[in-house]
Design a binder for this molecule. Structure first.
Ligand SMILES: *Cc1c(COP(=O)(O)O)cnc(C)c1O
Length: 368
């Protein structure tokens, strides 16, 4: 962890996003935040106290993340979207002991969950994941009814929910999502007791008919639009701002160059600053010569290649910049050139990848 890089995570932005997203849900629809990969890089340590008061459970990717939430003292519903694989028998047992809801996505998964329940002498709670068209994890629609029957025949495995996942809910054209929805509806058991869920952020915002009785919200909760293709307008507030301090300031004469490969040539006498963040900290190398950071509210373009742990920015047009001055690497203003969404666009990727990569080396602090 690099103490000189700080991600300020805004509790009020998270509360705001949960508020505006809840407004779109009928009362009684549960809101389950997706907190995989350390809350998409925003930091579970800082977000847990904020989220745990406002939500109806948590969805995580790995068993390890699920068990970590129990260790924090969370007693409510936790859904594990992946399974314990292969020889992780002790992990499988612990999931049952700790009442983590596991995903059944195949007969093999069901068999190993059942074996764990038997070893532990407890009941495993499971949600069945149905592949309605994403072509990734999940039971094929044609095998769903049989598998539900098989689960009902087991005494130590209890089916408490059923779900699917959409491949392109964030696109303007919702036709494939609606086809997936039709497939899902066609196999949905009548039981009123089951938790039924399908919507990610994009579907939760654009397609109320996908809400059922729970939504799984990731990216929107953290304040970013899942894509440019959303139909509905929703006022989200990005919850993260990343800052560093300038560690050096120097002159480079006209015609001078900087960075690996000396790709950047300065066309005037210039002042540059060195910012101690690089691709090893999750600031993408493909932002070299493209992105800007902000210093004193003004744009400072990234000059030359981003290195592993530092980069050079042009401060010629910003008056009186000195070592130690604050550098806003990522802005929480969605319209700023250095917002997560704009950097994702420049890097040819999605906001998700930007925030996940920034998560690992940076100190997170909770503000407001
Ligand atoms: C990651 C994930 C989500 C959340 O998706 P967002 O687009 O971030 O809202 C929901 N469901 C599943 C199964 C996921 O893997």
């Amino acid at each position: 962890m690099k103490n000189y890089l700080t991600a300020s995570i805004s509790a009020s932005a998270i509360r705001h996003n949960i508020g505006v997203l809840r407004q779109r849900l009928d009362s009684g629809v549960k809101l389950c935040p997706v907190v995989k990969d350390d809350c998409y890089g925003h930091g579970m340590d800082v977000l847990y106290p904020v989220l745990s008061r406002l939500v109806d459970g948590f969805a995580v990717a790995s068993p390890h993340e699920a068990l970590a939430l129990r260790r924090r003292g969370y007693k409510g519903f936790i859904l594990c979207l992946l399974s314990a694989y292969f020889d992780e028998l002790d992990v499988q047992d612990e999931l049952v002991r700790q009442s983590i809801t596991q995903t059944v996505m195949s007969r093999t998964a069901l068999a190993s969950i059942r074996a764990a329940a038997e070893r532990v002498g407890g009941t495993a709670h499971v949600h069945l994941k149905v592949d309605t068209g994403m072509g990734r994890l999940g039971v094929p629609v044609s095998q769903t009814t049989d598998l539900i029957q098989s689960i009902h025949e087991l005494t130590d495995v209890e089916l408490t929910g059923i779900y699917t996942h959409f491949a392109s809910a964030d696109e303007v054209d919702k036709s494939s999502t609606l086809q997936q929805l039709d497939q899902f509806l066609s196999i949905l058991p009548k039981s009123k007791k089951l938790m039924v869920h399908a919507a990610n952020s994009a579907a939760a915002i654009d397609l109320p008919e996908t809400h059922f009785n729970m939504v799984r919200l990731g990216i929107a909760l953290y304040g970013y639009r899942p894509s440019e293709g959303l139909i509905q307008d929703v006022e989200l507030k990005p919850c993260m701002e990343v800052e560093a301090k300038l560690i050096a300031v120097k002159h480079i004469p006209k015609g001078g160059r900087s960075g690996y490969g000396l790709t950047h040539e300065y066309t005037r006498d210039s002042r540059v600053g060195i910012v101690p963040i690089g691709y090893g900290d999750g600031y993408f190398r493909c932002l070299s010569d493209r992105a800007v950071v902000r210093i004193k509210g003004m744009d400072a373009p990234v000059c030359g290649r981003v290195s592993m742990d530092q980069m050079t920015v042009d401060i010629t047009d910003i008056p009186a910049v000195k070592v130690g001055d604050r550098v806003e690497v990522i802005s929480s203003d969605p319209t700023a050139p250095n917002s997560v969404e704009n950097l994702a666009c420049l890097a040819g990727t999605i906001p998700y990848e930007i925030t996940c990569h920034l998560g690992h080396n940076i100190r997170h602090v909770l503000v407001d």
